[in-house]
Design a binder for this molecule. Structure first.
Ligand code: SF4
Length: 432
């Protein structure tokens, strides 16, 4: 079979380095899945500009919605050089027709059951236009892979599952993983934990707390290997003080929780049933009472959300001393029920707003019902800037539920510092 050189590029949405780039485990996974006889090279634009010349005949671009404009420009350049371009990731999976116009082939969904076939077809000269994944079992990857070693936050990235049992209407998770949640066997996860050189792990699972029994098995492993860890979980974990106690004993340092809104009506509109009627103050305190930091996320743009709602969330985050609070404009990502609804109502600022040179990062891409898009976007930008000022970072630390260990103070301050730098770098920039 023909020998080929393939370059895999993680496309950046803007020029310039990210200060918070996490290990791109996709690189190690693709290496694992690539058939023999292929020379692979990896480029992560988030941490280093691309070289002038890339010595590869097949270019694979990993693309999300915010990096689509840049990916299409790169594709044009590489195709003009006579290279073949394939695209995968959340954006080609959500907007396949659009991506197909810009590439020789696209992958819809995951790599495990598409990438080996795509490479094989390319080598035989029979590349198809679309490779569609059918929710394959998850593969393991080498956490010591050389492409994961430098330029990233000093965290070992782990993935135990894909998918989420919930159906929030703004979320892209169901676009990629429409059926059930799939998990790696715990024996496989144990091997990955054992092999991971980092003491601190971050789980990129969409929702690490989607199955209680599996979660308990996982935290037993984490305790055994004396790891420190952080993860994204749904609010249900806060129902159970015993679970939080065990999570803490297993090394939990931070939980990222989609709190989303203080208004029950907004939670209803977004289909976030698990958060409705919950006393969010009490839930956050319960996590903090166990010595775990909270990273909360909120969205603004549902009917009823106004600049005042942003201010209320700001005050909520300050009062509770949240270590990180994402003030997210509600973004209609392609493929989501939210996007389809706003498109049908003619309320989007553009059907492909992510390609609009006038669109600026941080702005709303549609007209909200109860507030002007501009006024709400500005309130979000202001809250983002003020929340991470050094004095507010200090105040938030003092308002944590209990005195915490110095190492957690360091994490709280570091997270605030990195968030501040990234907001300053990204806010109001247009995608290139
Ligand atoms: S709980 Fe989180 S991951 Fe699950 S559907 Fe809702 S927003 Fe998406």
């Amino acid at each position: 079979m023909k020998q080929v050189k393939i370059a895999l590029i993680l496309v950046n949405m803007f020029d310039g380095e990210h200060h918070d780039a996490m290990q791109p485990i996709l690189f190690a996974l693709i290496d694992e899945l690539t058939p023999p006889g292929v020379s692979l090279s990896f480029f992560d634009e988030r941490i280093k500009p691309l070289p002038e010349v890339i010595d590869a005949e097949l270019i694979a671009l990993s693309v999300d919605t915010f990096s689509a404009a840049r990916a299409y420009a790169l594709s044009k350049r590489f195709r003009a050089e006579g290279k073949t371009v394939v695209m995968g990731g959340i954006h080609p999976s959500s907007a396949p027709q659009e991506a197909l116009e810009q590439a020789d082939a696209i992958v819809i969904g995951e790599a495990e059951d598409t990438w080996p076939k795509l490479v094989d077809d390319y080598r035989r000269g029979v590349l198809r236009a679309i490779y569609r994944s059918h929710e394959p079992p998850l593969s393991s990857f080498d956490p010591n892979h050389p492409a994961l070693r430098s330029g990233y936050l000093p965290l070992g990235i782990m993935e135990t599952s894909r998918g989420c049992p919930h159906r929030c209407d703004f979320c892209s998770v169901k676009v990629l993983y429409p059926q059930t949640v799939r998990r790696k066997p715990l024996a496989m996860v144990e091997q990955e934990i054992k092999a991971n050189p980092h003491r601190w792990l971050f789980f990129v699972d969409d929702n690490l707390y989607s199955d209680q029994t599996y979660f308990l098995g996982l935290i037993r492993l984490l305790r055994k290997y004396r790891k420190r860890w952080a993860a994204q979980v749904s609010l249900e974990i806060t129902n159970d003080a015993q679970m939080l106690r065990m999570a803490k004993r297993s090394g939990a340092i931070l939980l990222l929780i989609g709190l989303e809104s203080l208004a029950d009506e907004s939670l209803r509109q977004m289909g976030k049933r698990q958060n409705r009627q919950a006393d969010l103050r009490q839930r956050v305190r319960r996590v903090q009472d166990h010595g775990i930091l909270v990273y909360g996320t909120f969205v603004f743009g549902y009917a009823g959300d106004t600049p005042q709602s942003v201010k209320q969330v700001f005050d909520f985050g300050m009062e509770l001393g949240l270590s990180v609070l994402n003030f997210n404009p509600l973004q209609p990502m392609p493929g989501t029920p939210l996007y389809d609804r706003l498109l049908a109502q003619g309320r989007l600022s553009g059907d492909q707003w992510w390609l609009d040179p006038k669109y600026r990062y941080g702005a709303l891409a549609f007209e909200p019902a109860s507030s002007g898009a501009e006024a709400l976007s500005q309130a979000i930008a202001r809250a983002r800037r003020d929340f991470y000022s050094p004095s507010n970072t200090f105040k938030r630390w003092l308002r944590q539920a209990q005195p915490l260990r110095p190492s957690l103070c360091l994490i709280h301050c570091l997270l605030s510092h990195v968030s501040r730098r990234e907001i300053t770098r990204k806010q109001d920039r247009s995608f290139r």
